[in-house]
Ligand binder design. Structure first.
Ligand SMILES: *[C@@H]1O[C@H](CO)[C@@H](O)[C@H](O)[C@H]1NC(C)=O
Length: 330
């Protein structure tokens, strides 16, 4: 009798547990992303509202600020494109003084631009006014008219490619680099000038060859099976810093209408590359791209790096100075 009651109790607890897990899972799936559906429906994807894991692209987003001579009156060898939050003027100013200020390296012209969406929040108008002044002062801001937010990063990447395809086809390479990343411009230019570096269909960075599609609803980059059925994303270089030859923006844009954009920008580029039948390339050394390394980095590590994530502007500044000193050797 006692055993039977215990048994029943366990069955009840198990059923209850299963129901709770099920409910948690689904409520998370419904609420996890702050997706605001848009009244205008996309000409391409009429069902975009149904999934928070897709983003509203393609759309006819427009550049509302584009007051830069880069690629218009100059033909740089390399353009550094930095997506950054509109409010993050501190990072922009720091980059302008550091690697963003290295304009001629190994005889090559390098230019740095910042890519922004629209500021949000209550003080959006004041922020926009400040951006206008910043643009007048520095002529290095490119702003498109979508709402700048974490879940819109794929839109940011795609409008960046639109801009490059429209203006920079005579330049050789572009690197997309996050605003918390230190760039060793000389090492980067060395790699790009190397005869073994391809001039077309070239994309490199920290390549993830077998990035699993995360099915745990609590994971940062959760993706349900009805959005991506495959267990792995196609190979792609990690979003913190990737380099491409400038024939690629146009090619990627030409296939992107066939592939519904997901909110994970780098994995989405991997999906586009796969459609183009283009594979990313590993960098010649695995010391060149570092993501969340153990800090502080040694002078030796800094002398070999092309791009590494940093934890603060101060750290980036310190690394940048050290990487330019002659004693930063191994
Ligand atoms: C993304 O941008 C679009 C266009 O501005 C906007 O309607 C949407 O709310 C944004 N999504 C998020 C999650 O911010």
């Amino acid at each position: 009798m006692e055993n039977k009651r215990k048994y029943l109790k366990w069955i009840l607890i198990s059923i209850l547990g299963t129901v709770i897990v099920f409910l948690l899972y689904h409520s998370y799936e419904w609420k996890s992303l702050p997706y605001h559906s848009d009244e205008k429906s996309s000409p391409y994807h009429s069902d975009e509202k149904s999934s928070p894991y897709h983003v509203a692209y393609p759309r006819d987003y427009k550049f509302i600020m584009d007051d830069t001579p880069t690629c218009k009156t100059s033909t740089p060898f390399l353009v550094l494109m930095v997506p950054v939050a509109p409010s993050n003027v501190a990072a922009r100013d720091a980059i302008r003084q550091m690697w963003g200020n290295e304009k001629i390296v190994l005889g090559q012209l390098i230019e740095t631009l910042f890519v922004l969406g629209l500021p949000g929040g209550a003080d959006a108008e004041q922020q926009q006014e400040k951006l206008r002044q910043e643009s007048q002062q520095h002529h290095d801001l490119i702003q498109s008219n979508f709402l700048d937010s974490y879940y819109n990063l794929t839109i940011k990447t795609m409008v960046m490619l639109e801009w490059l395809a429209a203006h920079c086809t005579t330049a050789s390479y572009a690197m997309k680099v996050d605003s918390d990343v230190l760039v060793h411009v000389e090492n980067l230019v060395k790699l790009l000038l190397d005869p073994s570096t391809a001039k077309q269909n070239y994309m490199t960075g920290l390549v993830w060859w077998h990035s699993p599609v995360l099915r745990n609803p609590f994971a940062k980059f959760y993706m349900p099976g009805d959005v991506i059925a495959e267990p792995e994303y196609p190979p792609y270089p990690l979003g913190m810093a990737y380099i491409m030859s400038l024939d690629l923006p146009g090619k990627i844009l030409s296939v992107s209408p066939q592939i519904r954009p997901i909110y994970i920008e780098d994995a989405y580029l991997g999906m586009c590359l796969k459609r183009l039948d283009i594979s990313p390339t590993n960098p010649p050394e695995n010391t060149m791209f570092l993501v969340n390394p153990t800090h502080p980095l040694s002078g030796c590590s800094l002398s070999k790096v092309i791009a590494t994530t940093t934890t603060s502007i101060q750290q980036m500044t310190g690394y940048w100075k050290r990487s330019r000193e002659p004693e930063a050797r191994c």
